[in-house]
Design a protein around this ligand. Structure first.
Ligand code: FMN
Ligand code: SF4
Length: 525
């Protein structure tokens, strides 16, 4: 029986992986060749999906991108023995895109059957939890603190410090909540983990529960991820069956129950307090802070809230030790980051690297430049609220502090590339429009300011079209004023950061706003 892997990852499914899997199963029956079809996650080389792998005597061999129409030819060529074919890619681990990565969090993604506990354990899974069960809660929190892990959801807050607050807050009930809303443009690392190795998230949340004294966890999943929902629920059921979840985790005195709750499709529900409101069954509106969710979170109880990647990074920290993890990275950005390459890029996909890798390396050595073949003019890093970064700053290393020094942010590690046909004034307008559409409406600078921002940007674009620099200048002065109000007066980072893409676009690409470079750079401050 030959084992063949065809991803069930949503990205692979969107380009026909289901048909390929069906085709392989049918063809195998027709030819009387027994095949064990495993539906794995994606390796993250999206331009090669559907990426089919065959387990041969000499290891796994990949073919891609495979279409349903290629299946008969692959059988004909002897792909079950790893034979030559125009789509043959060789051993996946030898592909330069993968060979140069440092996959810690993504160690198993695309390799194992995501819902098999045995496959998970065979590649180091649940070793971290077993270690944690031998440790005192404070020692687990200390290990996470020492690892230097900072929240991967956007704000980069030290995870260990958050956990310590929950541990030290006395309460009859505590919760662990995973933020799987993943609303940022160009991001998909949470989805890839949930579809490709969900047990690493389940394990990380269980360790968190044991560390802080919480016996109940929720994964808040965006509604746009139906495939992740299916895989997560299968994996959670498997973990229950094997005693990794439930009233006595692996026979210990610790209980941990976990369930998935699906959101209803609002960007603001990724903001942690709006997410709590949504989890409680209410409309997703931002809460005032304090109190911090770590003190009074879900249903008013102390709550750990972390991003999928933050939790998924915990098992390896417990398994290999804090030192091992913190040895990766630079400055105060420790460990690795799963970076997502998206937008106008030739080789879009997932690159996990230690902090310190530069944007240029990511865009060219991994990404292969733009898909259009034109020069990359700008990138937006960290989602729709992230600053635009011009080509002159592509040597910036991925590091929270280095990015902040340039007014940019690493955020969730999504990089969206634009070539030289992009109109940055239109992008600035889009940032305001996005904020206007997604604003929860609680505070005036964001609710009203973003709508006014769209109107002012329309005036800038009209002034540019009619070659009226005086009108463009006046509108940009007003826009700058508006951005200052939003920056200073918004309750949360949606209104508080929407000005970043706008101001960075004006600063770095003044020619797109209808005025000479020098005047506009001054206007942007
Ligand atoms: C408008 C807005 C949207 C956000 N969306 C997400 C999201 O989709 N996923 C996420 O993990 N964090 C998101 N965050 C950050 C969360 O509020 C919070 O900082 C995070 O979930 C904490 O987890 P971490 O410390 O592991 O990053 C968002 C924040 C804001 C202001
Ligand atoms: S900044 Fe916008 S999204 Fe945030 S609380 Fe205010 S109105 Fe709501």
């Amino acid at each position: 029986m030959t084992r063949v892997y065809v991803p069930r990852d949503a990205g692979a499914l969107s380009v026909g992986a289901e048909g390929v899997a069906r085709g392989i199963a049918t063809e195998a029956v027709l030819r009387g060749l027994p095949v064990d079809l495993v539906r794995n996650g994606s390796r993250g080389l999206y331009w090669l999906e559907p990426f089919v792998e065959v387990e041969t005597a000499g290891g796994r061999v990949a073919y891609g991108p495979v279409t349903e129409a290629d299946v008969a030819g692959l059988f004909q060529a002897g792909f079950l023995e790893g034979r030559s074919h125009p789509l043959l890619l060789g051993r996946p681990e030898d592909l330069p895109y993968l060979a140069r990565q440092e996959r810690l969090t993504f160690a198993r993604v695309g390799i194992i059957d995501p819902v098999s506990v045995d496959a998970y354990e065979a590649l180091g899974g649940y070793r971290g939890l077993r270690r944690a069960l031998e440790m005192a809660p404070a020692a687990i929190v200390e290990a996470v603190t020492q690892s230097g892990l900072r929240g991967r959801g956007g704000a980069a807050f030290p995870t260990g410090i958050k956990w310590k607050t929950v541990l030290n807050t006395a309460a009859d009930q505590k919760y662990v909540v995973c933020n799987a809303d993943e609303g940022d443009s160009g991001t998909f690392s949470d989805r890839m983990v949930m579809e490709g190795d969900p047990l690493v998230l389940v394990e990380g949340m269980t360790i968190s529960g044991i560390a802080v004294g919480a016996n109940r966890g929720y994964i808040y999943l965006r509604s746009e991820y139906p495939h992740a929902l299916r895989v997560l629920n299968e994996a959670i059921a498997a973990a229950y069956r094997r005693g990794f979840l439930g009233p006595s985790v692996l026979g210990s005195s610790h209980a941990f129950d976990l369930e998935v709750r699906v959101g209803a499709g609002a960007y603001i529900c990724g903001e942690e307090t709006a997410m709590l409101e949504s989890l409680e069954g209410k409309r997703g509106m931002v809460r005032f802070k304090p109190p911090l969710p770590a003190i009074a979170g879900l249903f008013g109880k102390p709550t750990v809230i972390n991003n999928v990647i933050s939790f998924a990074s915990v098992p390896i920290i417990l398994d290999r030790g804090a030192e091992f993890y913190r040895d990766y990275g630079m400055g105060r950005s420790r460990g690795t980051l799963p970076i997502q390459l998206a937008g106008n890029i030739k080789h879009g996909g997932l690159v996990e690297k230690a902090f310190g890798v530069t944007l240029r390396e990511l865009l060219y050595d991994y990404g292969g430049g733009s898909l259009s073949g034109r020069p990359i003019r700008a990138v937006q890093v960290g989602g729709p609220l992230g600053a635009f970064i011009p080509e002159s700053q592509f040597d910036l290393p991925l590091d929270y502090e280095a990015f902040a020094a340039k007014g940019a942010m690493v955020g969730h590690g999504g990089i969206v590339a634009f070539d030289d046909t992009v109109d940055m004034a239109v992008m600035a307008r889009y940032a305001m429009e996005f904020c206007a559409i997604e604003s929860c409406g609680k505070c005036t600078p964001c609710r009203i300011g973003s709508t006014r921002g769209v109107e002012v940007m329309d005036r800038v674009i009209a002034a540019r079209a009619s070659r009226n620099p005086a009108e463009a200048d006046a509108s940009i002065t007003l826009l700058k004023d508006l951005c200052e109000t939003m920056l200073a007066g918004s309750l949360c980072a949606l209104g508080g950061m929407a000005p970043f893409p706008v101001l960075s676009a004006i600063q770095h690409f003044p020619e797109d706003f209808g005025l000479p470079a020098v005047e506009l750079a001054a206007a942007a401050g």
